[in-house]
Ligand binder design. Structure first.
Ligand code: GAP
Length: 439
């Protein structure tokens, strides 16, 4: 049963709340617009997305190292990076109804989407998207600091520290996952565009002459990451930016886009940032930011290829891509066909009944599997309803302990997508699951 694209958005938002993926932040106070909290299964999904990114970008590579830089940062960083001047969106107000919009996102720049008035917009003003706050007790301009709007700059300002301590040489990368903050004019579409979000970014420093080659390499590598984690091929596309779309630092950018219910939109940007950032920070700080090969005497400022993805946005895309409805015995089964590496729980342990004699062996089975995988344990309601509940949060394997278990020391393992069931000896359960739940 295909899910209608128009309905998919509401269904996933509804599921997120109902099953504990995502909650509106400060809900008991009426909700704080555009901020969200990740619930018990949402936090696991998000961690898994980040973990898979880290595995592929850092763990499996000897040419990339990690970093966790500070969120609070002095204005000097953002002055040098160009964000104080250039990180702006054009803001217009409707004179009739007072609504505010990003001018570049309006379908018709002469018509207000809120009240329908024509030619009612003010002149566009450039609005800086960075959040400013004060460090310390004195509130004056000397105490002004910013919440980072991207994780990238910490990787440029630490270039020499990382180079000296990691013994890497170009081509090499610095990767970081963390929160970023943007005072978006028009946040929306659930967690797609929020004011507080998580990014997964990597700055790959290369010899200048090789930058085009590495740009192509990372476009392909990053596209393959989504596909390898089970995202459908026709849900993804690579879109090359026109020259008038390029950010102030970029020579070339391609976006990996996902087919959201409202149309194609960005999941990740891959940019050739040239030597812009290292040069800017070198000039502003008075510190050389270059690579010096002691063997050959070669000295140059590396160029940078940057794959920059959103963790929260990507988690939402995986949810939307995996959501399916199927008819089973005349009933609709909602199932999240997530790749098991992304599934919040890998295994659910389910005693067939609440009777005492099944609880103890069930807890033993739980103790056996939970050191290996994130497990859920649920002993209430009919087994069919518990299976459906696990299907809806994407749990790939349900392990049921029944009265026969007491005799044959075996359990029933049900696979989520095929609903196929195997009888597996408890002694062989970890091995059975290990061969199917590859990290
Ligand atoms: N360092 C480059 C950079 O930050 P970006 O395209 O502005 O580039 C990278 O951001 C990714 O971060 C985006 O592709 C998107 O996935 C995510 N992102 C950006 N703004 C966001 C927001 N307001 N809410 C959620 N995710 C956002």
């Amino acid at each position: 049963m295909g899910v209608n694209k128009e309905e998919l958005f509401d269904k996933v938002v509804n599921l997120s709340k109902r099953r504990g993926f995502v909650f509106q932040s400060a809900e008991i106070y009426g909700g704080f617009r555009s901020t969200y909290d990740y619930g018990p299964v949402g936090v696991l999904l998000l961690r898994n997305v980040k973990e898979q990114w880290w595995r592929s970008m850092v763990q499996f590579r000897q040419d990339v190292v990690g970093l966790d830089a500070a969120i609070l940062s002095p204005p000097s960083i953002w002055e040098a990076s160009g964000h104080l001047t250039n990180f702006t969106d054009p803001l217009v107000d409707c004179r009739e109804c007072g609504s505010r919009f990003r001018q570049d996102k309006l379908e018709d720049p002469n018509s207000c989407p809120a009240c329908g008035s024509k030619s009612s917009f003010t002149e566009a003003r450039q609005f800086n998207l960075m959040f400013k706050t004060n460090a310390g007790p004195v509130i004056d301009s000397a105490a002004e600091v910013y919440l980072r709007p991207e994780t990238a700059q910490g990787m440029f300002t630490n270039f020499t520290n990382v180079l000296n301590t990691s013994r890497k040489k170009p081509p090499f990368g610095i990767a970081q996952i963390g929160k970023s903050f943007r005072n978006e004019i028009t946040p929306g579409n659930f967690v797609f565009r929020t004011r507080e979000f998580e990014q997964m970014e990597m700055e790959y420093f290369v010899p200048p002459a090789d930058s085009d080659k590495w740009f192509e390499y990372w476009c392909k590598e990053r596209m393959d990451w989504y596909l390898n984690l089970g995202m459908k091929e026709d849900s993804l596309r690579l879109r090359i930016h026109d020259s008038d779309e390029l950010s102030h630092y970029s020579r070339a950018t391609s976006d990996i886009e996902f087919s959201f219910p409202w149309g194609w939109d960005e999941l990740e940007g891959i940019a050739n940032r040239t030597d812009y950032d290292l040069n800017q920070h070198a000039q502003a700080s008075g510190n050389k930011l270059e690579y010096n090969d002691s063997g050959t005497g070669e000295r140059y400022v590396p160029h940078v290829i940057e794959p920059a993805a959103g963790a929260t946005r990507t988690a939402m895309a995986f949810l939307m891509d995996a959501y399916e409805e199927e008819e089973v015995n005349g009933e609709v089964r909602n199932v999240l066909k997530l790749d098991h590496r992304l599934s919040p729980y890998k295994v659910a342990v389910l005693p067939l009944s609440k009777k005492d004699e099944l609880i103890e062996p069930s807890k033993e089975v739980l103790n056996l599997v939970q050191p290996h995988w994130m497990c859920d344990y649920d002993q209430t309601q009919a087994i069919g309803r518990r299976y459906r509940r696990q299907d809806e949060i994407g749990t790939p394997y349900c392990v049921t302990i029944d009265f026969e278990t007491l005799e044959d020391k075996a359990v029933t393992v049900r696979e989520r997508d095929s609903m196929h069931q195997d009888r597996v000896s408890i002694n062989e359960l970890v091995e059975y699951l290990s061969s199917r739940l590859v990290p």
